[in-house]
Design a protein around this ligand. Structure first.
Ligand SMILES: *Cc1c(COP(=O)(O)O)cnc(C)c1O
Length: 346
């Protein structure tokens, strides 16, 4: 079999910046240790590239959402360092956790019973203090079955840490009450944004995700966090347009004069969504290369006026300052990261 040639999309990962971001978040967590959320293939950047940088920097606690995400992370971390946020839905999930040694996050009385009936063992417990998503209801924390658990991390999750919301103080107050009532080895409340809400929010362990990968959910983090992901796409064709020629589906762009365009191997199937139509631009050195017309599934067309020497096979940069791209596109920083498609070489 012939070797597969290199593709036309690649994702540069600055592992040094990634490690620096984690260390900054660990430092900002004060006496608490920072873990790392590595769910959704490390927010789309690839567990294989991200995990060695995080373990090298000193991270020792990792969070995934699905059981199916465990094997990839197990190549880089010990089983007891991996927490599965969705918890067990079936007896098979619980049996898998026990056999492998990864820790379930229990989120309801149902999951607690399922875990204990499977034989139990060390686990984590998520209590809902106001997001009303996953987590044991506050009303259930006094249930005698909770006392039968061997809880390593007792946690809750903030709904509005990225805003100055009254809910933050309320959740902190509720979580403190839960911590007084439930015995556990460690307490954990803050995600990336929660880390800068104040030292009261840090407890023993923080759980940053977004900011490890370069996201800035609150201005307080802006100076501390560096860009980690640098996506690039190749130009696969140059085209000369005449005045009046239109570009792409529905002829949304009409050339006002003769111009040179580049067809780039990047489309909405790669996470470059239609919302960039009319406002996106790619870059080459300092040159700004505006997107012309609609974003297609596998292609966008760009104006090469500022970089006329670009040719087929040349790479252009996809802007990925997450806060800035989010403000322009209306996509969240989380969506920008996790939307990066499978066709990017990682
Ligand atoms: C995803 C997630 C995190 C990480 O949140 P960020 O906002 O990305 O820092 C932390 N805790 C839980 C329970 C999560 O689901």
């Amino acid at each position: 079999m012939a070797d597969l040639p290199p593709g036309t999309l690649r994702l540069g990962l600055d592992r040094e910046a990634l490690a620096a971001n984690w260390r900054a978040l660990d430092r900002l967590s004060g006496a608490a240790h920072a873990g790392a959320a590595v769910k959704a293939d490390a927010y789309g950047l690839g567990v294989g590239g991200v995990m060695p940088a995080l373990t090298g920097a000193g991270a020792r606690q990792f969070f995934v959402a699905h059981w199916g995400e465990v094997p990839a992370v197990l190549k880089y971390a010990a089983p007891d360092q991996i927490a599965v946020l969705h918890g067990p839905l079936t007896p098979q999930d619980a049996a898998y956790a026990r056999a492998v040694g990864v820790r379930p996050v229990l989120n309801s009385l149902h999951q607690i019973h399922l875990w204990l009936e499977s034989g139990g063992g060390c686990c984590h417990l998520m209590v809902d203090t106001g997001i009303n998503r996953l987590g044991l209801a506050m009303a259930d924390i006094g249930d005698p079955v909770v006392g039968k658990l061997d809880i390593d991390i007792l946690m809750s999750h903030l709904a509005s840490a990225d805003e100055d919301s009254r809910l933050n103080a309320l959740q902190l107050q509720r979580f403190s009450a839960v911590a007084a009532a439930v015995s556990a080895r460690a307490l954990s409340l803050a995600n990336s944004a929660g880390i800068v809400l104040g030292k009261d929010f840090a407890f023993d362990l923080t759980r940053p995700g977004l900011s490890v990968y370069g996201g800035v959910p609150r201005d307080e983090l802006a100076g501390a966090i560096r860009q980690v992901a640098f996506p690039q796409a190749a130009i696969i064709q140059r085209r000369e347009l005449q005045a009046g020629d239109t570009v792409g589906y529905n002829a949304l762009f009409t050339a006002p004069a003769a111009m040179t365009a580049g067809v780039v191997s990047l489309g909405y199937a790669d996470g470059y969504l239609r919302c960039w139509t009319g406002k996106g631009a790619l870059f080459s050195d300092g040159a700004i290369l505006p997107v012309l017309g609609k974003v297609s599934m596998d292609m966008v067309v760009i104006d090469l006026a500022e970089a006329p020497s670009l040719r087929e096979g040349d790479w252009v940069d996809i802007p990925f300052d997450l806060a800035e791209s989010s403000a322009i596109s209306g996509l969240s920083q989380y969506e920008l990261l996790t939307g990066l498609g499978k066709r990017f070489a990682r």
